[in-house]
Design a protein around this ligand. Structure first.
Ligand SMILES: [Zn+2]
Ligand SMILES: [Zn+2]
Length: 219
């Protein structure tokens, strides 16, 4: 019984202490001091809850609406790199899904049409990072559809074997090498992810190794 009273006294002391810290900084004393202690505690919880809500909401909005341009594309790049790499590294997925796209690995077989020649599930998996990005950076439906369309357009471009060689763009030269070595240049728009994760094969270097010549189209 004595212990229970001890805890009760401690509880009362602590809540009084917290109420004083918060309310004395937010409200004039004559507004909260006359209130019973349980109302003071409710008021303290209400005000701090709202304060935290608005501060975190402000920071989240700032992140979404001011920094999103720096987040959306890296997220898609990261996601597409690892989905594509997973489609190669997980043998079951490669055999049943991604191998269809890699039928085009000889001279004269790569063309913009090869970009869309893939298993439907392969296409869905590689587009998934665009959908996942919506949970991190909400965008308008038309923006989302436009970015998906851009991804499709880019897919045709990197299969046309015309190597633009504009750093750090993942041009067709890089993807042509991907169709030959199967383990390099898994990225989509830029070479950043391959550079970061050690799978980059630069066309000029690869050409020295005979890789690029092996895959290059002969129009
Ligand atoms: Zn591939
Ligand atoms: Zn391809």
């Amino acid at each position: 019984m004595a212990a229970e009273n001890g805890f009760l006294t401690q509880f009362v002391d602590e809540t009084t202490f917290y109420n004083r810290i918060v309310l004395s900084h937010l409200l004039p004393a004559n507004l909260w001091e006359p209130l019973p202690r349980f109302l003071q505690t409710w008021l303290r919880s209400y005000l701090t809850g709202n304060l935290f809500y608005f501060i975190s909401a402000f920071l989240w909005c700032f992140y979404i609406y001011y920094l999103k341009r720096n987040v959306y594309i890296p997220e898609v790049e990261f996601g597409m790199y690892w989905v594509h790499k997973g489609l190669h590294d997980i043998k079951f997925l490669y055999k049943h899904l991604h191998a269809t796209h890699h039928m085009y690995n000889k001279q004269n077989t790569l063309s913009p049409f090869a970009g869309f020649a893939s298993h439907p599930l392969d296409g869905i998996l590689q587009a998934a990072p665009h959908v996942i990005a919506l949970f991190i950076v909400p965008v308008h439906l038309i923006t989302h559809m436009s970015l998906l369309f851009l991804g499709g357009m880019w897919t045709t471009c990197i299969h046309d074997c015309i190597h633009g060689n504009i750093w750090p763009i993942m041009g067709a030269g890089y993807h042509t090498i991907h169709h030959t070595t199967y383990k390099h240049n898994c990225g989509q728009y830029t070479i950043c992810m391959d550079w970061m994760f050690g799978t980059l094969e630069v066309p000029s270097v690869a050409e020295d190794n005979g890789l690029y010549q092996k895959a290059k189209c002969d129009y």
